[in-house]
Every structure is written in C-alpha cells, then in structure tokens.
Design a protein around this ligand. Structure first.
Ligand SMILES: NC(=O)C1=CN([C@@H]2O[C@H](COP(=O)(O)OP(=O)(O)OC[C@H]3O[C@@H](n4cnc5c(N)ncnc54)[C@H](O)[C@@H]3O)[C@@H](O)[C@H]2O)C=CC1
Ligand SMILES: CC(=O)C(=O)O
Ligand SMILES: [Mg+2]
Length: 458
C-alpha cells in the first residue's frame, strides 16, 4: 500500500435530478476514493455545483477516479481539482499577535518604553510576578528535532514545522495555551537537552514532539529531572493516554476485564513502548510486544513486558492489538482474529485500515486519526498550568485517560476531538490529582511464556 495520502477537492457540476449525487459518490467510492466533506456551492434548476473532498492513496488512483467521473453519463462535469490542504497552509497556520491596541503615543509608552521598565523592575524584585505580568505562565514550547515526524521518519525539523504549527493551533483552540514551535538543528541528546534548558525561562512547559526513539527516552528523562517545569514527550505519553482510554472504552463495551485481557503491541518505539508501560502500570497482566529492532524488544523486557519475534504470532494470541510502526499496510487482514480490537495508530496511514480490520472480524478498529494524542496533550497541559504543577506524573496521565474514557459515548472508542468538554474534563482531572501523594510507579514484572487461548471480545 502506498504511503502517500492525497486529499483533493473536486468542484463538480451535478445534474439536479434525484439520485445524481448518489451516482457520483458511488463512482468515487468504486475508484477507491474516500469521501470527506460535501459542500453545496450553487443550486440551479438544471445543475447543482458541489465541492467534494476525496482522499486517495496515490496519483494514479486520483487520475483513475477523475476518469471514472468523466465517463459518467447524464451531464456530470468536473470544474476544478484543488489541493485544499496545501492551499490552506500558505503563510503558515499560526501567528504571534499583540493583545494590546497600540494606537496612540500613550499606548506606545505603556506597552513599550518607558512604561514597560517599571514592569521589568517589579519582576526583577519578585520573579514569580512574571506569571502575572508576562505571557510565560500560559506558554508551552513545542520542541522537535525532526527525527520522527509522524510516520514519515527523519525528514528534518523544518519539514516537520507544519505538524508543530498544527499542535500549536490545537493548543490555542482546545486549551487556550500559546504553543511556540522550536525547531532544533541537532539530533544530539546533549545538545537538545542543553538548548531546551537554555530557552526554558520563556516557557511554563515543554512538549517534546516527533523526536525518534531511542534518543527521545534520554532527552525526556533528563529534561524532566533537570527542569522545574512540566515536560512531556507527546508521542510517548500523550499517545499512551489516549490509547489507554480507547482500550478502557472497548473493554467496557465488550464487558471484558482489561486487566485480564492480552494486549499486543507492534512497534516498540516512542509511542509503542510508552503504551506498553502505561498498560502494565494500569494493571494489565499480559502485555506482549514486537519490533524489528532487537534492542527495542530488550527494552520492553527490561520494563517487564514480554517480546515475541513476529507480528503473526503476536496477532494470534492478543485480544487487543495496537500498532505504532509508521508502516502503512503492515498488518495483513488474514492475521486478524475474530473479536479482536485493532488500533492501528500510525499516521498519516495506519497499519491496517479500520474498515478492512472490521471486515476481517475485528470487533472494534480505529486508526491514528481518531485515537490521537490531540485528545490528551491540550487538556493535560491546561491542567498542570492551572494547578501550577512543575511536573506531569503517571497519576495525572491515568486521570487524563479515565477522563477521556468517561467522555466517550457508549459503543465509541474515543470522543470527538473537537468536543471542548473533553479537554475541560481532562484539564480538571489532571488539576485535581494530588501531586504530593503521587509516588513513582513501579512497573510489574510479568511475562507470558505460553500461548493462551484467545478470549473473544465479540
Ligand atoms: N495516533 C497517535 O496519536 C500517534 C501516532 N503515532 C504514530 O506512530 C508511529 C511511530 O511513531 P514513534 O513511536 O514516534 O516512532 P519511533 O520511530 O520511535 O518508533 C517506531 C518503531 O516501530 C518499529 N518498526 C518499524 N517498522 C517495523 C516493522 N516492520 N515491524 C516491527 N516494528 C517496526 C521501529 O523499529 C521503531 O521501534 C508513527 O507513524 C506516528 O505517526 C505516534 C504518536 C501518536
Ligand atoms: C499524532 C502524532 O503525534 C503523531 O502521529 O506523531
Ligand atoms: Mg507526534
């Protein structure tokens, strides 16, 4: 399966006859197009013009799809084919804007010199007042070295900037936080740690993003230890939080005790290892994992998980399968077992499409678009900033996961990411954790040595 994910908007003139839209969408679907939004542009007595957003795998499929629409009889006509995603990124997605109007000299003297000098003096005398008189208290750095941008790999920090701008836009919209992208021109852990420490004074939190394993582990651990503001690697813990919540919801709907279920993790990098650690710490007794890297498997074993040497074997004996490899189409439908939960979380394309997994017998299936750390990081940071916590603890992550699960409608795996209530509930749950009584979590030592019969989720 190709890795490319193409989104195009087709402006199509459709005969104003009942059934015409159905004919068109059927042709698009048969050509492999995944239809997103349908917008009516103009309704006329003879023709209706609609913008239809479609997703396809590759350019060839797009050409075939356009040809199939051209072949439709009865007066269908494609006006334009536009790349809305690229167009909407022109000029970037974020901006720094002044909150103060500067319209008069008096304004200028208040915002800038000489007025501002008094504010500097106040902060010099009482540094904690920076929290009142500057934006630092509500600002989080989004730091990347560009080494694991989504599942696209080491494409560099500048190519990763659209993702960082996206995280910043989400911070703003979902949690009212200023997220400032910081692109690091180094992959060296010492330099990353030193640079982040050097710039940390301007921030009240650090979100590490798309930094590859294994150096992400060292970078996060050291920054957590050496800084007195909250630090979280989103791909590890944001992902583990939302995955735990999805799994809690799946088990609840299926009437299964999660702690007794067998969880199989494919890909033990940043996201995968953190998911395993989260599951074990939550009390799941059977956690197994596989990775093409032996070092990654040994790392899981050191945390008390059990490794298996092939994806097929893992699929055979897992109730819940979670994949975070970055490899589209890695899971074959023949490997899916009746009643399994399949979370293929790689972006931009999953290891198996949810529809395919469901057809193959999965009872629940989702990809990284819905089970996504966007449900976690905004509320988690809102919570710690509100409470003035200087770290993000395991209990806060579990509280966040349980809050997301509590906001999930029965039968769904996760809530809608734009439901503002979810982010409020996550923030509240994190804020209410008693950080002083939050002890370090020990990961239980558990290893499955034998193959146990599969317990169905159906
Ligand atoms: N849905 C979500 O919220 C999130 C999804 N992800 C996705 O997860 C994927 C991985 O991200 P990270 O963990 O940050 O990357 P990573 O590079 O740290 O980890 C990837 C792991 O997969 C392993 N792997 C690669 N090919 C494999 C194969 N054929 N068989 C077995 N193992 C294989 C690698 O050895 C590595 O250990 C990406 O596609 C990313 O978009 C990551 C974070 C959040
Ligand atoms: C969602 C996200 O953080 C990722 O795919 O890397
Ligand atoms: Mg990421």
């Amino acid at each position: 399966m190709a890795n490319k994910h193409i989104i195009r908007t087709l402006m199509v003139e459709i005969p104003s006859v009942p059934g015409s839209l159905g004919k068109l969408t059927t042709v698009i679907g048969l050509a492999g197009g995944d239809i997103g939004e349908v917008e009516t542009i103009q309704v006329g007595p003879n023709y209706t013009t609609r913008n239809i957003t479609v997703q396809v795998e590759h350019e060839k499929q797009l050409s075939e799809l356009l040809e199939a629409v051209h072949q439709l009889e009865g007066g269908f006509r494609i006006h334009t084919v536009s790349d809305e995603v690229l167009r909407s990124h022109e000029g970037g997605k974020i901006q720094m804007k002044s909150k103060m109007p500067i319209e008069s000299l008096a304004d200028l003297r208040r915002v800038y010199t000489p007025g501002v000098a008094d504010v500097c003096r106040v902060i010099e005398e009482e540094p904690e007042k920076a929290g009142i008189y500057t934006s630092i208290g509500n600002t989080v750095a989004i730091v990347t070295d560009g080494t694991a941008i989504l599942g696209l790999g080491d494409i560099g920090p500048v190519a990763g900037m659209p993702v960082m701008e996206g995280k910043s836009a989400l911070f703003d919209q979902l949690a009212g936080i200023n997220g400032v992208p910081i692109l690091l021109n180094t992959k060296d852990p010492d330099q990353i740690v030193q640079t982040v420490k050097s710039i940390s004074l301007g921030f009240s939190g650090i979100l590490l993003e798309d930094i590859a394993s294994p150096h992400c582990f060292e970078v996060e651990e050291r920054l957590k230890r050496e800084l007195d503001i909250p630090v979280m690697h989103d791909d590890q813990h944001g992902t583990a939080v939302v995955t735990l919540s999805a799994v809690i919801s799946a088990c609840k709907s299926a009437g299964v005790d999660l702690r007794k279920a067998r969880v199989g993790q494919i890909g033990l990098g940043a996201a995968g290892l953190a998911i395993c650690r989260m599951m074990m710490a939550y009390g799941v007794k059977n956690v197994i994992g596989t990775d093409k890297s032996q070092i990654a498997m040994t790392r899981l074993e050191n945390y008390g998980g059990c490794s298996v040497d092939s994806i097929e074997k893992l699929m055979e004996c897992s109730d819940i399968v979670i994949a975070t490899t970055g490899i589209p189409g890695l899971i074959k439908k023949e490997w899916v077992r009746q009643g399994q939960v399949i979370l293929a979380l790689s972006n931009p394309k999953p290891e198996i499409e949810p529809e395919e997994a469901l057809q193959a017998g999965a009872v629940y299936a989702a990809d990284g678009r819905s089970v996504n750390n966007v449900l976690g990081f905004p509320g988690i940071f809102r919570g710690v900033l509100n409470a003035g916590f200087n770290e993000i603890t395991h209990s806060m992550l579990v509280a966040a996961a349980e809050a997301i699960a509590a906001c999930t409608k029965p039968g769904d795996l996760v809530p809608h990411p734009l439901d503002s209530n979810v982010h409020k509930m996550v923030a509240k749950a994190v804020e209410n954790v008693d950080s002083l009584s939050d002890k370090e979590v020990k990961h239980p030592k558990i290893c499955i040595q034998r193959k146990v019969p599969l317990k169905s989720f159906a």
